[in-house]
Design a protein around this ligand. Structure first.
Ligand code: NAI
Length: 469
């Protein structure tokens, strides 16, 4: 008997958006299939993105701490050496255990998987190019969750050895003597930090006048000065104009936009981290007339529907922040909508995190946004230097800033630079999800002594009632 290949939902792409959506769809009783072109599940995030970069950030942080910070705790570990191959293997093992974990979750949730390149060949049909030939799946609904790929500069094509995207920068075989990073966004700063800690001389060229694009200006300026202290040579207002790739080194030319001078820098490895673009090559969008904007993002309505109401698009493929957790929420929302439930994503509370040390995390509006909107607000800020736990950890750089509406006191934005900012931001997200006020945060218990007390003090400072300092 031939296999029944008709589904309530066929998802193309098994990144966080796709696999999370698949699990929810299956929980809701939808017969679900997932199509993945790569040999493992998990997409960019698990294979060559969020997870492996965090593994390298944590390992390199341990190396840095052992070399430079343990002595102040009275711990003598002289003779620290780096075994890069072990460090990279550990990262690979973590990736394997998580991608295997997703395969297990697909099986457990009875999501049928198809390995091969998926293409929409009709409003209700997906064709998968498998190693055994094309397989046609019939789909009542289709979710496009194919993610994004790294932008390439025309004069710096990736060979993933000397000119690398984030993918190559996760697996360098030796610590480069000189690493040149183009772009002081999230990837440039995270992977620049990794290789700086491991011993590379790192220079970062950034087109804008500050790092971290749209994040809170004062907070990112502070991070910029801390990273400079750690040894990252960050050059802003630098417009990269060309490159000469030679066997022993790559020479990159840039215009110093402050002076107008043309400059050049040599490096053994160049990491291009100038953003990512949605990946819809070969997906069948043009043939079906599914609309994209001028930057290639698929256009949908507020129910994630393309021009075909049963064809949905989510995650990096669609406009908005390119973040795994945004894709996850959208994948789940689509599953709910297909099942006839309410599917909603609150885009006002999407947190973003830069996993440098200290970390920078933020949610909601920045002061710059509020000024542009002409919205009256109160700001409260509190430094980690005055926090007992941060002192005990010897990690006192940074602050928390809380922005609240001047009239209603509703929290509009929270910006953290400090130890474990990535974990602390959740409190702000929840407060904002419940339309909480600065006073709500300020009057809630925060265990003592914890880093989270800085959040409370910043909230108290909105009404100039901070107690410590
Ligand atoms: P990005 O958009 O964060 O930063 C790119 C930077 O490159 C910008 O500051 C831009 O001004 C600069 N730039 C662009 N062209 C340039 C040029 N020719 N010369 C000099 N500078 C130039 O992009 P990034 O870091 O590549 O990350 C891509 C995406 O991946 C982002 O949307 C990010 O949110 C996501 N991501 C998120 C992570 C996280 O949540 N921790 C980690 C890694 C990536």
């Amino acid at each position: 008997m031939s296999e029944d290949l008709s589904f309530d939902l066929v998802i193309i792409g098994s990144g966080p958006g796709g696999y999370t959506g698949a699990i929810r769809a299956s929980q809701l009783g939808l017969k679900t299939a997932i199509v993945e072109k790569d040999s493992t599940f998990g997409g960019t995030c698990l294979n060559v993105g969020c997870i492996p970069s965090k593994a390298l950030l944590d390992s390199s942080e341990h190396y840095h701490v052992a070399q430079h910070e343990l002595a102040q705790h009275g711990v003598d570990v002289s003779g620290v050496t780096l075994q890069l191959d072990k460090l990279i293997q550990r990262k690979n093992d973590i990736v394997k255990s998580l991608t295997d974990g997703v395969a297990f979750l697909m099986k457990k949730n009875k999501v049928q998987n198809f390995h091969g390149f998926g293409k929409i060949t009709g409003q209700n049909e997906v064709t998968v190019k498998t190693t055994d030939g094309p397989v046609k799946l019939q789909a009542k609904n289709i979710m496009l969750a194919t993610g994004s790929v790294a932008n390439e500069l025309p004069f710096l094509k990736y060979d993933e050895k000397k000119v690398v995207s984030s993918t190559g920068a996760l697996s360098l075989e030796q610590v480069p003597k000189k690493l040149l990073v183009i772009g002081a966004g999230v990837i440039g700063l995270e992977l620049g930090s990794v290789w700086n800690r491991l011993g590379a001389e790192v220079t970062v060229l950034e087109y804008a006048n500050k790092i971290c694009g749209p994040m809170d200006a004062k907070t990112s300026k502070k991070l910029q000065s801390l990273l400079k202290k750690q040894g990252l040579n960050i050059i802003t207002k630098a417009k990269v104009t060309g490159a000469d790739i030679k066997p022993d080194a790559t020479s990159v030319t840039y215009e110093d936009m402050k002076s107008g001078d043309s400059m050049s820098l040599d490096a053994d490895v160049v990491l291009v981290a100038t953003g990512r673009r949605p990946f819809s090559d070969g997906l069948g969008m043009e043939e079906l007339g599914i609309e994209k904007n001028d930057r290639g993002f698929v256009l949908t309505n507020n129910r994630f529907q393309t021009k075909f109401p049963n064809v949905y698009a989510i995650g990096d493929l669609t406009p908005g922040p390119m973040l795994a957790h945004k894709a996850e929420e959208e994948g789940v929302a689509v599953a709910e909508i297909i099942a006839g439930n309410f599917g909603h994503v609150n885009y006002d509370t999407v947190p973003s995190v830069v996993y440098t040390w200290p970390e920078m995390a933020s949610v909601g509006k920045t002061e710059e946004d509020l000024k542009t909107e002409g919205r009256a607000y109160n700001a409260g800020q509190f430094p980690f230097t005055a926090n007992g736990r941060a002192k005990a950890m010897a990690s006192t750089d940074g602050h928390v800033k809380v922005l609240a509406d001047k009239t209603t006191d509703q929290i509009l934005g929270v910006h953290i630079l400090g130890p474990r900012a990535s974990d602390m931001i959740s409190e702000a997200v929840i407060a904002m999800e419940f339309a909480g006020s600065a006073e709500d945060l300020a009057l809630s218990f925060h265990a003592h002594p914890t880093l989270s007390e800085v959040m409370r003090e910043a909230a108290l400072d909105v009404h100039k009632r901070a107690r410590q300092m």
